[in-house]
Design a protein around this ligand. Structure first.
Ligand SMILES: [Zn+2]
Length: 81
């Protein structure tokens, strides 16, 4: 019989996963999410998949980006002296 507590945790993890990927959590919530990912194979797999997906999307977007625009974006990141 499946433990209902574990399912509740995964629902919680579901809510934590997206902000966790966005690094949009408090330190406490990050620790909580990391601890859960350590314990829960299901969520760990989902997290790895999502992270991989995001990295892939980022690479594709950057590759397609106009080089001149990339330079302008890089200039924006560098503080003006
Ligand atoms: Zn979980």
């Amino acid at each position: 019989m499946a433990a209902p507590a574990e399912q509740d945790l995964c629902l919680k993890c579901e809510q934590l996963l997206q902000p966790y990927l966005d690094r949009d959590l408090t330190e406490e919530e990050m620790v909580e999410a990391e601890r859960h990912l350590d314990e829960c194979g299901y969520c760990r797999k989902r997290y790895r998949f999502e992270e991989h997906l995001r990295r892939y999307v980022r690479e594709v977007v950057e590759e397609k980006m106009d080089p001149a625009l990339k330079v302008r974006l890089a200039a924006l990141r560098t503080p003006l002296v």
